[in-house]
Design a protein around this ligand. Structure first.
Ligand code: ATP
Length: 211
């Protein structure tokens, strides 16, 4: 069965790093990839753009293609959005279909701080995306939980619904939302770091510009 891959994040704002790695992951895994914006990230400061604005940016970014889609379920839920709850919900909907949680190498290194992180392997595989320019020392707890789960071939993820870890060598792009927010706050125009659809309406990037 074609896997379903989930790429969660704050997307504050969505940038070409997100889109490019998600696109390549979809090719490497031959998977449907859904971008899933988080509402109240439990482990980080509140986004500058509200949920509605981040969805508008994602919709503008995803126009004119069908490989990457948007799933807004976490924004519709009240309270903090824990990935384990979202994946359990998807598991109930998708039966035995392989689920793959995609995350950048930096996010993967921080996995042990996530709510019930070890339970994630019961409901999904994890696909780790190359990300340059970030510290990626893997903590011991993560190394011991994942050593026996590692696979090299994407096809092996199809043989089971969950429980494996794969490194996906996507084109490294050193782009971060933090840097883009800084540039916009300085009054600069990071045009070619962002999807062009974000420039169609000048109001779309207003949350990041200084008044
Ligand atoms: P911020 O700078 O605000 O922390 P970010 O650019 O890291 O934002 P997020 O929305 O926090 O973006 O990231 C969502 C997911 O996308 C995370 O798993 C993160 O590791 C991954 N990611 C973001 N940018 C890249 C990139 N350039 N290459 C690979 N993965 C990325």
């Amino acid at each position: 069965m074609r896997p379903l891959a989930i790429f969660g994040g704050t997307f504050d704002p969505v940038h070409l790093g997100h889109l490019s790695v998600a696109w390549e992951a979809s090719e490497l895994l031959d998977a449907e990839v859904r971008l899933m914006p988080a509402s109240v990230p439990p482990h980080r400061p509140a986004p500058l753009a509200n949920a509605r604005q981040r969805v508008d940016m994602l919709r503008a970014a995803l126009k004119n293609q069908s490989r990457l889609t948007l799933d807004t379920r976490e924004l519709e839920r009240s309270g903090p959005s824990y990935t384990i709850d979202t994946l359990a919900e998807l598991r109930a909907e998708q039966g035995d279909r392989p689920l793959v949680l995609l995350m950048g190498a930096d996010a993967f290194a921080g996995l042990p701080s996530w709510h019930r992180w070890q339970a994630l392997f019961e409901v999904a595989h994890i696909g780790v995306l190359s990300r340059p320019g970030v510290e990626t020392v893997l903590p011991d707890a993560l190394l011991s939980e994942t050593a026996h789960r590692r696979v090299d071939e994407a096809a092996l993820l199809r043989g089971s619904p969950a429980g494996k870890v794969i490194e996906l060598s996507v084109t490294p792009l050193e782009i971060s939302a933090t840097r883009i927010r800084e540039l916009l706050a300085e009054g600069r125009d990071p045009r070619y770091l962002l999807p062009c659809g974000l420039f169609d309406d000048p109001a779309i990037l207003a949350p990041y510009r200084k008044a």
